[in-house]
Design a protein. Structure first.
Length: 317
């Protein structure tokens, strides 16, 4: 990324953070605390101003390498989902310079539990909650989809409420910290766990890696990644797809975007947003259950039990 592009993104981030006005037809409820340990533990809610009955919800988890980023940056995207009939919820969480890993996982789990516990209050269907994240945010939404409650995160907070979501889209997702260094061509390296004693690193890395939680109860999972990603090696999502299918997860798919880099800023509106809306519509939205019906009735629509990817236009069919 050149300096001018970085400057424009920084200016846009400040503008989004401090001067957000929702579009017509979208109700905006900002700065709702889901926990009181830290100022970052807040969500925003954007929902259709005119609505009837409980609506599906989508948690939006920002990226930034677990060390930067703000939930306010997700408000623009959230408004697009609200316009499409969803309750969209940007989620803030503590960054690694504010609390050590895995505090960020604890926070998103706590936020998901809080949303489900307060679903009726905000017009949300508690059985139709999805999550969307990019990069570090993609790692966190996969942990919501797969590691809750097995990972025992956010202990003592709404323990009787599940934070496990009902559908997930993860773009450019880190999934396996145990091989993070090796996947980057380095000798070892487990991301945030190298500072631990040698005999503790692998267990800590495994505990915080979505890969090791794949099971047959997984919700529908869509992995999206560019083949030219130099930040998260595509083998990370390839491995995740293989683990989900080996575990006989009901629906696990990966779309590889040829030549695309780690970030999709310039093609989000034209490429990613339609794909994301179509996936959520068919899993938790207005056409919920469509995937299940297709899988049950048409062999051609069954997720293949190999690692072949779907075409980028798959969800347009």
């Amino acid at each position: 990324m050149n300096r001018f592009t970085a400057f424009l993104l920084a200016v846009a981030s400040v503008a989004i953070t401090h001067a957000y006005t929702p579009p017509p037809g979208v109700e905006f409820l900002p700065d709702i605390a889901y926990r009181d340990q830290h100022p970052k533990q807040k969500i925003d809610i954007l929902r259709p101003a005119r609505r009837s009955g409980p609506l599906p919800a989508i948690l939006l988890i920002h990226g930034g390498g677990w060390r930067e980023g703000r939930r306010e940056e997700q408000r623009g995207i959230a408004s697009r989902f609200a316009q499409a009939g969803y309750v969209a919820i940007p989620v803030g969480y503590r960054l690694t310079d504010e609390a050590p890993f895995p505090a960020c996982i604890d926070d998103v789990v706590a936020a998901a539990r809080w949303v489900r516990a307060h679903a009726k209050e905000y017009g949300i269907d508690p059985e139709r909650i999805g999550a969307l994240g990019h990069s570090a945010g993609a790692h966190l939404v996969l942990m919501l989809a797969l590691a809750e409650p097995a990972g025992k995160f956010a202990p003592g907070f709404l323990d009787g409420v599940s934070g496990r979501i009902n559908a997930v889209i993860a773009t450019s997702a880190p999934t396996d910290f145990t091989r993070w260094g090796a996947d980057h061509g380095q000798a070892g390296g487990t991301m945030f766990f190298d500072q631990l004693p040698a005999d503790e690193r692998d267990a800590a890395a495994r505990r915080c890696s979505p890969l090791f939680y794949a099971d047959s109860d997984a919700p529908p999972v869509l992995l999206i990644q560019g083949t030219a990603d130099r930040i998260v090696p595509p083998v990370q999502t390839e491995r995740m797809l293989a683990a989900l299918r080996a575990a006989k997860a009901p629906l696990a798919e990966r779309v590889l975007l040829d030549g695309r880099p780690h970030d999709f800023i310039l093609s989000y509106e034209t490429l990613l947003l339609p794909m994301e809306l179509s996936f959520f519509d068919r899993t938790i939205g207005k056409d919920a259950g469509r995937f299940g019906r297709e899988i049950a009735t048409a062999n051609d629509s069954r997720p293949a039990r190999n690692n072949k990817e779907r075409a980028a236009d798959w969800l347009a069919r």
